[in-house]
Design a binder for this molecule. Structure first.
Ligand code: NAD
Length: 284
């Protein structure tokens, strides 16, 4: 098996840049790739600005911030990171896109690399099916924002090897995370439990029973760190909607997981939340 010293993160969106940051802070050499030209370099620039702010507030030393950025290299092609012993994909939540990417990675990284998916809901068994060595595919489901959230669901597909689960679990602990092993059931643990929470909030909005501000204020006052609407804006409505759709379909269209018309309207309109500047709320 290759060492996990070099990590390739694919997808430089909300999650990918967070995973890349945490890996670099733990001392790995990290390569960041995104299919959209310039996106990986742009994500690194955004991270540099965020680290500057932390340094200014005294929450990071200049040396630590520079070390993190020094370990993070945007790459224009996947083959530029062929040395990686671990690839973590955080691309769009679509089965075919993930399958296509992993097939390409299998050719590029060799037989000994671990291929991890940050999918929120898609079966690891399905993502791995058809690969030459499905036993080295595993879910590493981080939570948003990655640098702050400790939980990582380590998801075992039907063919994932014990050795691969052990190695990524140990690595997650070394990154300061709290790994929990989950089986590859639809939505795993957290997203299965969270679906009805989002669904009920979206239903209240659809019934015009409450405005987003009121819903968020209630749940915050009840002790949640964020209300459901601001949380969905943070996650991204496209991602949240894809996850619900995937859990719904994987549970044989169980009505409990029916996706929301309100959320589909937001996705259709490009109102994806923070990342697009507007969701339930507007962002500067
Ligand atoms: P995002 O839309 O912010 O970023 C996805 C990035 O992947 C984009 O920059 C896009 O250009 C890139 N991309 C798309 N297809 C690609 C391909 N074939 N090859 C390379 N790059 C490609 O999405 P996100 O919110 O970061 O979600 C990414 C993954 O993480 C999804 O599987 C999602 O379910 C999961 N996830 C998201 C959250 C969340 O809160 N947003 C939490 C946990 C897990």
């Amino acid at each position: 098996m290759k060492t996990l010293d070099d990590v390739l993160v694919i997808g430089a969106g909300v999650m990918g840049i967070g995973i890349a940051q945490v890996a670099a802070e733990a001392g790995h050499r990290v390569f960041l790739f995104d299919a959209r030209e310039g996106a990986a370099a742009q994500a690194r620039d955004t991270l540099a600005a965020q680290l500057d702010q932390l340094v200014a507030k005294g929450r990071r030393s200049r040396a630590a911030a520079d070390a993190t950025l020094g370990l993070l290299t945007p790459v224009a092609q996947l083959r530029d990171a062929a040395c990686a012993g671990l690839a973590i994909e955080a691309i769009v939540e679509k089965l075919e896109a993930k399958r296509g990417l992993l097939a390409e990675l299998e050719g590029l990284l060799g037989d000994d690399a671990i291929l991890a998916s940050n999918t929120s809901s898609i079966s690891i068994t399905k993502i791995a099916a058809g690969l030459r060595r499905p036993e080295r595919v595993v879910g590493m489901h981080f939570f948003n924002p990655v640098p702050l959230m400790r939980l990582v669901e380590v998801v075992r597909g039907l063919q994932t090897s014990d050795e691969v689960v052990r190695r990524v679990t140990e690595m997650a602990v070394a990154w300061g995370k709290t790994p929990v092993t989950a089986l590859s059931t639809p939505g795993f643990i957290v997203n299965r439990i969270a679906r009805p929470y989002y669904a009920e909030a979206l239903m209240l909005l659809q019934e015009r029973a409450a405005a987003p501000e009121a819903l968020d204020a209630c749940l915050r006052a009840a002790g949640f760190r964020m209300g459901p609407c601001e949380l969905m804006d943070l996650i991204g409505h496209d991602t949240n909607f894809s996850v619900t759709t995937s859990v719904f379909e994987a549970n044989f269209f169980d009505r409990r997981f029916t996706p929301s018309l309100v959320q589909r309207e937001l996705v259709d309109g490009g109102l994806l939340g923070r990342k697009s500047g507007r969701g339930f709320y507007r962002y500067p």
